[in-house]
Design a protein around this ligand. Structure first.
Ligand code: CA
Length: 399
């Protein structure tokens, strides 16, 4: 079944790969169309400032030919992907970008992007266009209207993919009626945190959580399923020189864009973190999990149901800014803290199944089938290339 998704991102080199999958991801190379349907894209300040991540998203949508995606396969319905600029600042913390990794504008070194002045980019950025308004309130009201429309039509709940700081998503959860979120959102899948391993922007802090730990805490403790792809698993997904060689073995605009992105990302990861074998493509895993969850089934834990799904744990965000553990995602791997805490409060029964406060609130991804992961990537690249060829033929026929 094709899953309907909303992507919230801060592009970003690895967000660019996540967006490619959101448009062209398919669980098998035999599928001729994507297994996901991207309903819209919202941006947030993170890897770069709010203005830059929003403009980057517009450029990427154009570079990927996003608006024509459903023209393939004889389906002539033009897709209208919303692009909304959400929060420019975290809820409580000061703005914090990551120019050392992503360059000043968030997509440093990426070749083949359209210019900001390109009319197709400007169309995404024009405030007057109904689908392209700005601001957190616009994001929230757009999502509420979308969920109301879908639930009233009896459509399947959507999956929210979050690959940046969680400011937008937290505010949506705070402002939307609870019954609407529960009926309209199946799951939130996010890149963030580090389960039982060091952080990348603090002893235990991963960047997305560090930027907005208060927002992360709201999202983690909301009573719907949340799945976390943290550094513990994203660092298994290294874009090696061998993968780069496979990518550049053929020539196409998509491959130029992606290989230049990965080259820049590899250089900053080596300079900043001494990664010698290539960069981890963190955000890609969020979409990979949504499209092919079986790639992430791993060893069971005492707290997992025996259904092959990644185990669920109690996860709390450390929000004490004076602690060296600030912004840590504290995973209660053996369910000890939760049970002790509940005994004190005699709450065991009522909190055993909840995904919210006091419950085992997060499905923690720990293992990924790396071979399957890169197959998914190259299948998406090929589908994107087919789409671009189709688009060119379509346009040359029109001329
Ligand atoms: Ca990101």
């Amino acid at each position: 079944m094709v899953k309907s998704i909303w992507l919230d991102a801060d592009p970003g080199h690895d967000d660019a790969v996540a967006l490619l999958l959101a448009l062209f991801g398919r669980s098998s190379s035999t599928h001729t169309s994507p297994d996901v349907h991207l309903l819209g894209l919202s941006t947030v300040a993170g890897n770069a400032c709010g203005l830059a991540t929003w403009q980057n998203a517009a450029k990427l949508l154009v570079a990927y030919g996003a608006d024509d995606v459903e023209r393939r396969g004889g389906r002539e319905r033009e897709r209208d992907i919303a692009l909304i600029r959400g929060a420019d600042e975290p809820l409580v913390q000061s703005v914090r970008a990551d120019a050392a990794i992503h360059g000043e504008d968030g997509l440093g070194g990426v070749m083949g992007l359209p210019a900001l002045s390109d009319p197709r980019v400007q169309q995404y950025l024009q405030h007057s266009h109904s689908r392209n308004a700005n601001g957190l309130h616009t994001f929230i009201s757009h999502l509420i209207a979308l969920l109301q429309e879908r639930t009233s039509k009896g459509l399947a709940p959507i999956t929210i993919a979050a690959t940046g700081p969680l400011t937008n998503i937290a505010m949506l959860l705070k402002c939307a009626p609870k019954h609407l979120i529960r009926a309209g959102v199946q799951e939130i899948v996010l890149m963030g945190g580090a389960a039982g391993c060091p952080g990348n922007r603090g002893p235990l802090a991963e960047f997305n959580i560090l930027v907005d730990p208060e927002a992360a805490s709201i999202v983690f403790d909301y009573d719907i399923p949340v799945t976390m792809a943290g550094l513990n698993v994203t660092h298994q997904a290294i874009f090696t020189p061998e993968l780069q060689a496979t990518l550049t073995a053929k020539k196409s605009p998509i491959r130029t864009l992606l290989s230049s992105a990965m080259t820049f990302f590899a250089q900053t990861y080596e300079t900043e973190f001494d990664f010698k074998c290539g960069p981890p493509v963190h955000d890609f895993l969020v979409l990979a999990y949504i499209i092919s969850p079986h790639l992430f089934s791993g060893p069971k834990s005492s707290s997992s149901d025996d259904n092959g799904e990644p185990a669920r744990y109690r996860v709390d965000i450390e929000r004490n800014a004076h602690s060296p553990a600030f912004a840590a995602t504290v995973v209660d791997f053996h369910d000890q803290w939760r049970q002790q805490h509940q005994q004190q409060h005699q709450q065991q029964q009522q909190h055993d199944e909840t995904w919210g406060k006091g419950g085992r609130n997060v499905r923690v991804l720990q293992h990924v089938d790396v071979h399957g992961l890169w197959s998914l990537f190259f299948d998406a690249v090929e589908l994107a290339e087919q789409h671009q060829q189709h688009q060119q033929q379509h346009h040359s026929k029109q001329e």
